[in-house]
Design a protein around this ligand. Sequence first.
Ligand SMILES: Nc1nc2c(ncn2[C@@H]2O[C@H](COP(=O)(O)OP(=O)(O)OP(=O)(O)O)[C@@H](O)[C@H]2O)c(=O)[nH]1
Ligand SMILES: [Mg+2]
Length: 602
Amino acid sequence: MQKIRNIAVIAHVDHGKTTLVDGLLEQSGTFASHEQHDERAMDSNDLEKERGITILSKNTAIRYKDYKINIIDTPGHADFGGEVERVLKMVDGVLVLVDAYEGVMPQTKFVCKKMLALGKMPIVVINKIDKPSADVDRVADEMFDLFADMDATDEQQDFPIIYAAARDGIAKLDMDDPDGDFECIFEAIINQIPEPEGSDENPLQAQVFTLDYDNYVGKIGISRIFNGTVNKGDNIMLAKADGAMVKGKISKLIGFHGLNRMEIDQAEAGDIVAFAGMETVDVGDTVCDAQNPVALDPMHVEEPTLTVVFAVNDSPLAGKEGKHVTSNKLRERLEFEMNTNVAMKLEIVGEGKFKVSGRGELQITVLAENMRREDFEFSISRPEVIVKEIEGVKCEPFEHLVIDVPEDLSGGVIERLGKRKAEMKSMLPMGSGFQRIEFEIPARALIGFRGQFLTDTKGEGIMNHSFIEFRPYSGSVDSRSYGALVSMVAGSTLAFSLFGIQNRGVLYVGVQTEVYEGMIVGEHSRDNDLVVNPIKGKAQSNVRSSGADEAIKLIPPRDMSLERALEWIEDDELLEITPKSIRIRKKFLTEAERKRHSRKGK
Ligand SMILES: Nc1nc2c(ncn2[C@@H]2O[C@H](COP(=O)(O)OP(=O)(O)OP(=O)(O)O)[C@@H](O)[C@H]2O)c(=O)[nH]1
Ligand SMILES: [Mg+2]
């Protein structure tokens, strides 16, 4: 049998996981010297590159001495926590990164809790020791306390610590040592992480943890082999989550090395490989021996906490910019997503209406952004948290919120969070005039909070949150304090009228933008909605007065990104999303309809 180690790299967002994996690839000699590769090579899809974050977990393999080390890079953002959960089952140990200044953050807690509960062996890497603000002793203490709080076993609590500057390829076992390379990380992996259990003599059992798609071979299931040996061309049995057994054949076996994939003929217990040829494969399925099929435990993934409704775009501008606009197309695309993304759920709630549940706004935004790039057009509604009954009590998701704010601004932020039912748990000075304050808060109260928080802290505040658990419903919370500026007409906006409207609030559209009745063109500076006419030209007169035209100075409209707009909208509003535009609208387009429905609501 090959000598194998399987590890996942886990951490809070931005603590340097993907950068560390770059270094492991580089320093193991996996990248040939002539091979060109980008920084953070594992962040390979477009959205990941643009945003500089990891969205999907991805695996690679390196060779160190006579070991094969399979490495899974995971996303750190809380919304993609579901990815981390299922990946953890596939590995025998983890590198837990923690920023040498930021220390333990909400998602550090989340991933450590899962990892410890699954009995995985940790190696702690305190990363970014090059930062002038690094405080490695405090951070090391935080990690010890965290593990103790989470009932780590003695073995887990005895974790090795490596101090690193992943970006510079530096690592060492003691802060007083001279800077070394990643050798101490490789050695820790082969010495501290247990070798895979299972035997290549047993009947085949492999579990699929990620799906991929290839134009030539179709669906690909990336899997960890827990037992047995598999050969290209083998007949197998696919054990589905619902207990069904489906016959199949491994048409191709694919191995990983660095950024490359190659066809292989055989793979053994302990390894991570990809199978092609099984059209019905889903995440969590077990690929079993055809004669002796025994399914592995299904994968447990924490339930979604947030829903939005995706619907067919029925705005007056529908169908002008996108290619895929029908209910059928939308359903197919969303169903496809659910196949690969086990942390999301789909429910058909009406004609052309689909309720999508996920872990958070970013996860939903990423799906919507991918769809618009694939030429889809649709609308989405305001995110709502999932409320469920637990032992007869109405419960809602709560989050652990950590904010870093300038000391002189903390009072205002605390007050605002108080109105949103946040409960303060701790407050610590962080040096350089910042305070770190921790809260527990209903997830509902965080919707729309980020924009407000950035305004309140003059853009200097940093906030992070992560799901804790469902708790009893906490009653009503503060929501958006401003109304909308709503167009009363259809047409193309004109500078003359926008100039008049901009005194009433903040504009979201510029000149010569197509608008329609019921479309929102800005935020009102008061709490009620205001109907405006953004297409009105100047009254014609016989005298040309060029001087008056020059007086029209428009403030640039506020750029509403998908995230920002999604956070901003209220229950009676929708986002209209097309490949070219993101428009905000009222659900009911005419004022008369809106009045009628608001009366009904009361
Ligand atoms: N100063 C410093 N910056 C680092 C170091 N390692 C990584 N970074 C930077 O930290 C940022 C985030 O790095 P990533 O590797 O993308 O972090 P990540 O943990 O993979 O992030 P997610 O996958 O989105 O959770 C990048 O700008 C890196 O250049 C380091 O050792 N020192
Ligand atoms: Mg990453």
